[in-house]
Write a protein that binds this ligand. Structure first.
Ligand SMILES: *[C@@H]1O[C@H](CO)[C@@H](O)[C@H](O)[C@H]1NC(C)=O
Ligand SMILES: *[C@@H]1O[C@H](CO)[C@@H](O)[C@H](O)[C@H]1NC(C)=O
Ligand SMILES: *[C@@H]1O[C@H](CO)[C@@H](O)[C@H](O)[C@H]1NC(C)=O
Ligand SMILES: *[C@@H]1O[C@H](CO)[C@@H](O)[C@H](O)[C@H]1NC(C)=O
Ligand SMILES: *[C@@H]1O[C@H](CO)[C@@H](O)[C@H](O)[C@H]1NC(C)=O
Ligand SMILES: *[C@@H]1O[C@H](CO)[C@@H](O)[C@H](O)[C@H]1NC(C)=O
Length: 601
């Protein structure tokens, strides 16, 4: 998590490391899990001591966070120095004002927090500024800055554009001229083949310079003159998936030789329901997420093509394999969008946040349960492929009836497989069903049938497996201790609200967001795999005499989010991002920079 990759080149390396470590982990897997010594009950809290893998994961994560905190920059000179050391360039013009803005808002300035910006923007250095500007102006849904005014351009009223416009407007007086195209779809839009991105990243590296401070320019170019010029519109050639679905498009964003590109690993049998969970066991830390960045990456999780709606059948796909500037709120690791804080986090929308003021009451007053409500989204979950969809899988795996059926059926349900209980030290004798009955409150409030009918929440082919439940506003969910968070059509949109609440988020996703390098899994929230095979182990750990540990993570996550996920922090991130973006789109970008700290003015 902390070491978010700044280049695709890094991925190849990370990947080979994964293969080697994977093998080591695999052979040593579950060694200290001996079914014979498994405790008979978790409720007594016996059997748990420091040797639980979650304790080890928490220890490591706390050390990572401590290290991160030592890199906070207290003053501008240090921040500029850290910038040059990490980015290999002078900071962009406006950096001093940006730093002052951040400090005025009591922000922690930690250079790693901005890694995502550089990961996202680096390949664009390979394209000519003029071409980037032409591309940007060809996308009808965009926000422009001209003479310190933020202008909203859109072909028709679009979801969330107003919210993003509001975010940028708050910064308009501080920003140079620019055009930022925005993806208004739920689904992501750019998959540039890995080889191309790699070439672009290498080109940026080769051209990276730190010109003598005396030659550096601090004024961005004005775009008003250029607005008179008529440039030929750029066609990104957005396309629908070929046969084989979105996976065939998406996997091209993965490194050559990665499991996603290597059709042979693992064997995916489309003829049977998705029971491919071994891959996670191999990369996990004794069955739990050890490296969230790795575990959520579909490039190393080819089984996601049958375990996630994004790959099974998204509602809409319109994907370009060219690199052009396009901003959005979330993306898959193989996508190339430029991440912004999601509009739904900026909007003061109760549906996604539970309200700005509602964060839940005291831990001790909450129900000792995991709660989940929502619609069965994820894509078009038709018969028979609905069995691969993530929300459906979670709902069945927390359903005591379907789990009991699976226990009597060689661990197989219609759309899930149970973990080997012994691996998680779970008692086989009705322990899991009891845990689910007593400690979960979950249900779909709409089955999102195909064909879709908003007015009818039922669905003939799903009704036998899912009973509809009353919807629940987010602020009511905060009356429960545990908050599993699952992807929908893309990222869930609830996570910021969950983090700021007094309850404990248990997060599973394959999507990346702007905040990824500022949150530390196992310190600020509990990471869960998208197979959900670790869910029972996680719940048994906390319920088995570790209530105070759950409370500690819930409150640490809340306190941390109040420092790094505030609306101010979204502004600070966006401000920094747009200074960098404007520089890349500027004809004199090689010479643009902030060097007053060196010149001593
Ligand atoms: C608890 O720790 C002790 C060593 O301190 C070890 O012998 C024992 O097996 C552990 N118990 C469990 C259930 O892991
Ligand atoms: C890719 O598949 C080949 C078999 O076709 C296998 O030998 C190789 O190890 C695989 N590579 C990776 C990185 O898994
Ligand atoms: C986690 O995985 C990512 C990439 O998959 C890698 O870059 C990173 O170094 C890993 N982190 C640790 C602590 O191993
Ligand atoms: C989804 O279902 C259709 C039949 O309706 C089938 O042809 C297709 O292969 C399935 N897709 C996947 C990814 O399993
Ligand atoms: C029992 O397992 C089989 C596969 O082994 C699966 O197709 C079936 O749906 C399962 N039955 C139930 C009731 O979950
Ligand atoms: C739980 O599973 C059973 C069997 O599949 C199903 O009849 C029931 O409706 C499910 N309950 C919920 C809340 O989805």
């Amino acid at each position: 998590m902390l070491s978010t990759l700044t280049s695709r080149a890094g991925r190849v390396l990370a990947f080979s490391v994964f293969v080697i470590l994977g093998l080591i982990w695999y052979t040593s897997s579950f060694k200290y899990y001996d079914a014979a010594s498994a405790p008979t009950t978790f409720y007594a809290g016996n059997g748990y001591n420091k040797s639980h893998p979650i304790d080890a994961l928490m220890d490591t994560a706390e050390t990572d966070l401590d290290e991160l905190l030592t890199t906070e920059s207290q003053d501008l000179a240090t921040a500029a120095e850290r910038y040059r050391a990490r980015r290999g360039r002078h900071p962009p013009p406006g950096f001093a004002e940006w730093f002052e803005f951040a400090k005025d808002k009591d922000s922690l300035v930690i250079e790693d927090f901005f890694d995502q910006i550089y990961h996202d923007l680096t390949p664009y250095w390979a394209l000519e500024p003029k071409e980037l500007r032409r591309q940007a102006k060809s996308i009808p849904t965009r926000i422009s800055i001209r003479n310190k005014k933020a202008i909203l351009n859109t072909d028709e009223p679009r979801n969330w554009m107003d919210s993003w416009h509001d975010l940028v407007s708050k910064l308009e007086g501080r920003l140079p001229d620019l055009d930022m195209p925005i993806n208004v779809m739920d689904e992501t839009r750019l998959v540039v083949p890995w080889e191309t991105v790699n070439e672009y990243v290498l080109k940026e590296q080769a051209g990276r310079t730190m010109p003598n401070a005396n030659h550096v320019i601090s004024e961005y170019m004005s775009l008003t003159q250029l607005d008179q010029e008529i440039a030929e519109a750029y066609d990104p050639e957005f396309a629908i998936p070929p046969e084989g679905g979105y996976w065939q498009m998406a996997k091209l964003g993965c490194p050559p030789g990665s499991p996603a590109r290597n059709n042979t690993l693992p064997m995916i049998d489309f003829g049977t329901p998705p029971w491919e969970f071994d891959n996670f066991e191999r990369m996990s830390y004794h069955g739990y997420v050890g490296n969230f960045t790795l575990a959520k990456d579909p490039c190393v999780r080819p089984e996601m093509q049958v375990l996630h709606g994004t790959f099974l059948e998204p509602i809409s796909v319109s994907t370009s394999n060219k690199l052009l500037p396009l901003f959005g709120g979330s993306k898959l690791p193989m996508n190339n969008e430029i991440l912004l804080p999601p509009a739904m986090y900026w909007a003061q929308n109760e549906h996604y946040s539970g309200g700005e003021k509602e964060h839940g009451g005291e831990w001790e007053d909450k129900m000792n349960k995991a709660v989940w409500r929502g619609a069965a989204t994820g894509g078009r979950a038709r018969e028979p492929n609905w069995t691969g969809f993530q929300r459906h899988r979670f709902m069945s795996m927390v359903n005591a009836t379907s789990v009991q059926q699976a226990e009597q059926n060689n661990s197989h349900g219609i759309n899930f497989r149970l973990p080997n209980y012994a691996d998680y030290k779970l008692n086989g004798d009705g322990f899991v069903t009891q845990l689910l009955e007593q400690h979960t409150d979950t249900g779909f409030n709409h089955l999102v049938c195909t064909p879709y009918n908003e007015a009818d929440p039922t669905c003939p082919y799903l009704d036998p497996y899912f009973q509809l439940a009353e919807g629940m506003p987010m602020k009511k969910m905060y009356n429960y201790k545990y908050l599993p968070d699952l992807d929908g059509n893309s990222f869930s949109g609830r996570f910021r609200g969950f983090m700021l609440s007094t309850s404990l988020p248990i997060k599973a996703t394959i999507y990346n967001e702007w905040h990824d390098s500022r949150l530390v899994p196992w310190v600020h929230f509990v990471p869960m795999d998208t197979t959900y095979i670790d869910f029972y182990g996680i719940m048994a750990y906390f319920l088995g005499g570790r209530d105070s540990v759950a409370r500690k993570i819930a409150l640490a996550g809340k306190a941390w989010s109040e420092k790094v996920l505030r609306r101010e922090d979204m502004q600070i991130y966006t401000y920094r991002l747009l200074l960098e973006y404007a520089r890349i789109c500027d004809d004199r970008r090689e010479y643009l920079g902030y060097t007053n700290d060196i010149l001593g003015s």
